[in-house]
Write a protein that binds this ligand. Sequence first.
Ligand code: SAH
Ligand code: SF4
Ligand code: F3S
Length: 452
Amino acid sequence: MKCKGYAYIYTIGCQMNSYDSEKLFVILDKMGYQKTEELNQADIVICNTCSIREKAQEKAFSFLGRLADKKKKKPHLISIMAGCVAQQEKDKVFKRIPHLDVVLGTHAVETLPRIIEAVKSGKTRITETRESHTIFETPPRIEENTAPKISRFVTIMQGCDNYCTYCVVPYVRGRERSRTPESIVEEISTLADNGVKEVTLLGQNVNSYGQKEGICSFAQLLAKINDIPKLERIRFATSHPKDLSDELIFAMRDFDKVCNQLHLPVQSGSNGILKKMHRGYTREIYLERIDMLRTHCPDVGLSSDMIVGFPSETRHDFEQTLSLVSTVGFDGIFAFAYSDRPNAPASKFSGAVDETEKMARLNELLALQESFTEKKNNALVGTVQRVLVEGESLKKRHTEPGENITEPQMTGRTDTGKIVHFSAAGVVPGDLVNIKIAHAYSHSLWGTCAGE
Ligand code: SAH
Ligand code: SF4
Ligand code: F3S
């Protein structure tokens, strides 16, 4: 098809948004628009937005705000806000960004062709934020002229029914709904046939996959994906502690392609705060699940999300979070300062924590975790790790005095999800190689090929 123009997508937010941006590219491609990485080349610009914290939302507004100048120079430029902020703010967005053409909600991706045609025929300020319980299915995007990405995301379910009191997701993504195993397996098989070696299955709560619809359990889905030829590795995120079943732990232990890695957000170590967050588990239940997991999957790579400064969080509550971090010894964490969100009940809770105090707690938590991350990485020095090669490394590796780097620098991940940079000749993306770890950095490892 003749190229009608170029499309640029700026993606903010979670991995699911990255997956949705790929879907938008599939639709645009069918319409004759080519993907570009150059904003200045674009005829259509989409900002795929995130509303999880105020900061993420503001990033979207400032990016789209800056398009005003570009539109003056290129009047045919079509600008679209997609994603969670679009769904949340609807046509209020136009008050802040008067030059914007379209607000496209999270349920309305498939309406894009019709909307672009409408803009082209002179309509402006279109809002499409209907709600729907179906999932828009489309074959995955396959890069034609470049080498395939080795690792891809696959969303297996959408929305969330958990209603954690701080969280905007149920309001902007709707009720939880799962795709069928058939369509998931078909999509992953297509990816694997096109050179993809690893998939990360995505959902807000993957371990409740299929429960509501009575389709099959998440562990049963993993069994089906584990059988897909040419696929090497399976990861998944996010798991909810309240739904971490023994069945899933056994699946992680028994299925060869399922990686020894789990992201299990705890959010807080204080039972009082967990209750106010409506998380559905206690600190004790969380720790028991971790024990069970480590019994069956020793050395599992463990990560978590935490929120500090939730309304009414006292110093004592926060110390409970610190003590949980010390008890578990995570490989890494993502920690966030609590941010009030529209619609989320916690925004009406009393006991707001002062911003300066929030930042101090955040830094204290991150510093504590840093010591565990270092310890965990250092413990791997001298071991041999099986690494799936993803591509060339952009990081300059450690050199001894007077040493010159001659071999290509590559990068990949261990089974447990740690990033490894290494020097190797004759290794290509998609290879599985044994790497002897020589140095540990704070967020990655460096090593050399150890042969078969
Ligand atoms: N469904 C996942 C993750 C959702 S969003 C889960 O249940 O864990 C990713 C992370 O953002 C959350 O784990 C939480 O730590 C953080 N987050 C969500 N809402 C937030 C808010 N209002 N303020 C600060 N952090 C928030
Ligand atoms: Fe938000 Fe809670 Fe759902 Fe995660 S489980 S998306 S934190 S409501
Ligand atoms: Fe953000 Fe929406 Fe994901 S709010 S975290 S982009 S589901």
